[in-house]
Design a protein around this ligand. Structure first.
Ligand code: ATP
Ligand code: MG
Length: 775
């Protein structure tokens, strides 16, 4: 039969092929990591095009990142043997939603050139609104409200749909009202925030059935990758588009199908999986747009589109951002008659890696459960390496990278995946020292993060009063009532007299050109800098940095900030101070920074990839390094505290995602000591290590230097202990013994577990500053 089959179908296994060739009706591919889900989607597009079933502009295809969209286009070109013209609707939910919104902007009271606000703009606007309502920004931070609004938008809730209790939970009952005013103000400013790109799009469709119909007509095929991580808003948007176009004149209720108020349904998916619990994480998010529209009824008359979603419940890692793994579990309920296809062969990883990952994820209860097999060789075992501290960890990985390089491996096929962004700092410094090219994916490099740049700006201003850029950056951060007008005045002075901004400030406070309040505030700042410069002579540069961050109110600004990324920023600041210890003085440190900032890890060059586990979704590398597998850091204590058991399972899925990125080698690391708040704390190896199957794991000695705690002993004892993997979730005996030993022996330990567990973790996943959006 294959005789006349197109080239691109060659090599697909029967199940993959079925998923590609079943073009009519809804299809769900529910399958594990590396089984070719993304490949199926790409091939399916090629098939649709080459069969002439639709033109490129008639296919809606949603990927998780813009990068993934570009890659898909590239592969598509390769499959079809020619560059694909168009595919304008291949992109992320937000880029496609934004695109549609621009076309019909006036229908949602915007103009087509509307601005997309970043988080900082959003917060600034909310601050104004809070002020107007006489709500104390200290007690009710604008950032917290921004986070709330974001989560409402993720759940598809417009101001009128937010449950009353929640709306009242902020700002003495005024949260909901301010959300409404905020939406009105955005319209006046001709602006949309990130969440609006979808939410306003949904409103557009709901209020304008003719527009919706136009898109339902246009999109002959819909394809969605990483379906397990869609949130409610994305789900609603898809539901609207996935209906076959309705006849004009029907009401909205006809257009929105399905009883989507019912809880996750154990359906056919479950029956074929006796081992699954069927319990889809019920602790999550109960109020949502789903329950806000109880009137929706099944509309049997409107057949469903040719929609194909692919996903893996074991890789759902965005629950903290409103993703609903339920969406995938209820697919065949939402799309009646859906064909559910399972893929069981993993084409990515070698045997040991796949076995380790499968064994680990089997500790989760809330999952469908699935079989994964590989026909690849066993390959190398997953290695687990203990280091004395995080510095040694970075050194060890640096050496391994050099070894790989010497062995002729391509650095593009190497990734380091961290749990929290602050972990990157040590690696970046190490790589700069080694001259090893690297790139940071999915976020800024450590020293380019906003909070780090702010802190550096303070230090630069102390070091060099003529550094105008630095001074201007922080003159009003945190807010001191020194706004644009003041800065303008300083600039005028500086220009006229040809003096630095800082000296202009010193001069201006002696005049009456500023209003008394601004003048007092500027005088205080000038005096503070004078004092810090004097202190520089008598204290260490690290101490000085701590004093500056403290006295300037900068640390406090983030402490009061209750947005999701604030804690991560505080961790980054601590990490910055810690990194200074490696230098003799402030001058030396700042020189190092300018070197780090200067180097360009240009894309296209061969370079190691550094990123968070969250950013690594969907990607694959020959060699994957997984540092920082310690209790508190991974699993993240914060997640455990906030979400309990569900949080632990999400962390475990994250570990599973990390391991399954590896094609040939997966290398896990943990450090026995990490410095927190400037004091050493002994750490406990992650419980996830305990959940790895001994047979597929090898304990190795750190190549980073001293090794920790003397010669050998560790390796042997760990082997014995790994035999007991999976026995319990509490601290296993060997870990406790190990930790005690380190505690007693090191002499550098302090702080202890308790402090560590409550203070040390981070969830900084690049949520802010999405940068200018390209839509
Ligand atoms: P993830 O869940 O991590 O996103 P996935 O299911 O999307 O994984 P893909 O990235 O599509 O998996 O595929 C994993 C690897 O296996 C890719 O390198 C892909 O090219 C390869 N692959 C998939 N199917 C086949 C096949 N039939 N023959 C050979 N290689 C395949
Ligand atoms: Mg994929």
């Amino acid at each position: 039969a294959a005789a006349g089959a197109p080239q691109y179908l060659n090599g697909l296994n029967p199940e993959q092929r079925e998923a590609v060739e079943t073009l009519d009706g809804p299809v769900l591919v529910l399958a594990g990591a590396g089984t070719g889900k993304t490949r199926v989607l790409t091939t399916r597009i090629a098939h649709i095009l080459s069969q002439g079933r639709a033109r490129p502009q008639e296919i809606l295809s949603v990927t998780f990142t813009n990068k993934a969209a570009r890659e898909m286009k590239l592969r598509l070109g390769q499959m079809l043997g020619q560059a694909v013209e168009g595919m304008p609707w291949l992109g992320t939910f937000h880029s496609i939603g934004g695109r549609i919104l621009r076309i019909h902007a006036e229908l949602v009271q915007l103009k087509s050139n509307f601005t997309v606000l970043d988080v900082d703009d959003q917060v600034r606007l909310l601050k104004q609104l809070l002020q107007a309502e006489n709500i104390d920004d200290k007690r009710w931070p604008a950032r917290m409200l921004a986070g709330l609004i974001d989560s409402w938008k993720n759940r598809g809730l417009s101001p009128s749909q937010v449950p009353a209790g929640e709306a009242a939970s902020f700002g003495n009952g005024k949260g909901g009202k301010i959300y409404a005013t905020y939406q009105e103000r955005l319209k006046i400013l001709n602006a949309a925030d990130f969440g609006d790109l979808l939410l306003e799009n949904i409103r557009l469709f709901r209020e304008n059935p003719d527009v919706l119909r136009q898109y339902q007509n246009r999109f002959k095929f819909i394809l969605v990758d990483e379906y397990q991580d869609t949130n409610v808003a994305q789900y609603l948007w898809l539901r609207l588009l996935s209906q076959a176009p309705s006849r004009p004149g029907r009401s909205l209720a006809d257009v929105i199908p399905g009883d989507i108020t019912s809880p996750a349904i154990p359906g056919r998916l479950e029956e074929s999986n006796p081992e699954s619990s069927g319990e889809a994480d019920s602790s999550r998010d109960s109020g949502s747009a789903l329950s806000a529209h109880p009137g929706m009824t099944e509309d049997a008359a409107a057949p469903l589109k040719n929609i194909c979603c692919v996903g893996d419940d074991d890789q759902s890692i965005y629950g903290w951002r409103g993703a609903e793994v339920d969406n995938i579990l209820r697919f065949d309920h939402d799309f009646p008659g859906a064909k559910v296809i399972r893929l069981e062969r993993n084409y990515r990883s070698t045997g040991h890696i796949l076995a380790a990952a499968s064994h680990l994820i089997a500790h989760n209860e809330g999952r469908l459960g699935k079989t994964l097999r590989t026909e690849d060789v066993d390959g190398e075992k997953v290695t687990v390496t203990g280091s004395w501290d995080s510095e040694e960890e970075a050194r060890a990985i640096g050496e391994e990278l050099e070894e790989l390089q010497r062995a002729g491996e391509n650095l593009n096929d190497v990734a380091i995946l961290v749990r929290a962004s602050f972990q990157m700092r040590e690696f970046e410094d190490r790589f700069v020292t080694l001259g090893l090219p690297y790139r940071v994916i999915g976020g800024p490099r450590f020293y380019e993060r906003a909070e780090i740049r702010d802190a550096l700006a303070y230090l630069r201003t102390i070091n060099s009063p003529a550094d105008d850029l630095a001074f201007e950056r922080i003159v009003n951060v945190p807010k001191r009532g020194l706004g644009d007008a003041t800065v303008q005045l300083l600039h005028d002075h500086a220009r006229k007299r040809r003096i630095p901004l800082f000296e202009a400030a010193r001069a201006v406070v002696e005049t009456d050109e500023l209003k008394p309040k601004a003048r007092g505030s500027l005088r205080d700042l000038v005096m503070q800098f004078d004092r810090w410069r004097a202190q520089r002579e008598v204290t260490s540069h690290t101490e000085l940095a701590e004093i500056v961050l403290d006295e300037s109110g900068y640390t406090e600004m983030w402490q009061k900030d209750r947005s999701a990324d604030a804690a991560g920023r505080l961790d980054n600041l601590k990490e910055l101070v810690r990194s200074m210890e490696e230098f003799e003085n402030l001058q030396g440190f700042l020189e190092h920074i300018s070197l780090v900032m200067d180097r360009d890890g240009e894309a296209g060059d061969e370079a190691v990839s550094l990123m968070t586990l969250h950013s690594a979704k969907g990607l694959e590398f020959d060699n994957v390094f997984l540092p920082g597998w310690e209790e508190g850091l991974f699993p993240s204590q914060r997640t455990l505290d906030e979400q309990g058991r569900a949080g632990l399972e999400e962390e475990r899925r994250l570990a599973h995602v990390g391991l399954t990125r590896a094609r040939r080698r997966a290398k896990i690391y943990f450090a026995t000591n990490r410095r927190i708040h400037g004091t050493w704390s002994t750490t406990i190896p992650s419980r996830f290590l305990d959940e790895l199957p001994a047979h597929n794991v090898e304990i190795t000695e750190s190549k980073g230097g001293s090794g920790w705690g003397g010669s050998g002993g560790y390796g042997a004892s760990r082997f014995d202990n790994l035999e007991s993997f999976g026995s319990s979730y509490s601290t296993p005996g060997w870990q406790r013994a190990q930790a005690n030993r380190n505690r007693g022996g090191g002499g550098r330990s302090g702080g202890g577990f308790e402090e560590r567990q409550s203070s040390f973790s981070s969830d900084n996943f690049n949520r802010t500053k999405r940068g200018p959006m390209v839509i």
